[in-house]
Write a protein that binds this ligand. Structure first.
Ligand code: 3PG
Length: 213
């Protein structure tokens, strides 16, 4: 089956974190991202119709990998799966969330912020972790420090990533990809500025192409 490691590899350089208020715009948004080279995206369960948006994208764009993000309650794993989610992402991790992720069978990307949280995630068996929130150069330094003790762990820093700091993260050998909303900001979605969203995605790819992996 699909593993989180493979999801993050396919997402590189950027896993777009989508906050979709108007469900009717979901498919156009996903198409715009796909046109910019995006193959994996995360629909956050922060808006009332997020699951409908996710289902619509899955239906219309089967070539994409679509995950549910901001999964903060155990029951959301099954709801996400039922809506067609292929993976799940949380802004942290708890024992109950890890158990619910297991039950759902969905590949899961829990988040960490500290070394002890990394150790706990390792105890649960995770090797791909979100780092949340990523905090500019402080987080770049922290991820460099994580490289020593946490061999083989791959991170997806998210929260505060932009085109300006993207490369400092992608250059780190333990960064699989980054996540972020900057690639599809709310104002551009509302304005249906699909070409601009395509361009933001393309720009991220072009920037990342200069990084040796
Ligand atoms: C997330 O849930 O990963 C963050 O809200 C994304 O943060 P950003 O808006 O700073 O990209």
């Amino acid at each position: 089956g699909l593993t989180m490691d493979v999801v993050l590899q396919r997402a590189r350089p950027v896993l777009p974190v989508l906050v979709i208020e108007d469900c009717a715009l979901a498919v156009d948004l996903a198409r715009a991202l796909y046109a910019g080279g995006v193959e994996v995206l995360e629909v956050t369960l922060r808006t009332p119709r997020a699951l409908d948006a996710l289902a619509a994208i899955r239906q219309e764009l089967p070539q994409l990998l679509v995950g549910a993000g901001t999964v903060i309650h155990a029951e959301q794993f099954q709801e996400a799966r039922d809506a067609g989610a292929q993976f799940a992402v949380s802004p942290g991790c708890t024992e109950r969330l890890a158990a619910a992720a297991d039950d759902s069978g969905l590949p899961y990307l829990p988040a960490v912020m500290t070394p002890s949280e990394v150790l706990l995630a390792l105890e649960y068996g995770y090797r791909s972790l979100k780092l949340f929130p990523a905090n500019g150069n402080t987080s770049v330094k922290m991820l460099k420090s994580f490289k020593g003790p946490f061999t083989g762990i791959r991170f997806c820093p998210t929260g505060g990533i932009t085109a300006d700091n993207l490369l400092s993260f992608l250059r780190l050998p333990n960064v699989a990809c980054v996540g972020g909303t900057w690639i599809a900001p709310d104002n551009l979605i509302r304005a249906r500025a699909w070409d601009q969203i395509t361009q933001l995605a393309s720009e991220a790819r072009a920037l990342a192409a200069s990084v040796e992996v």
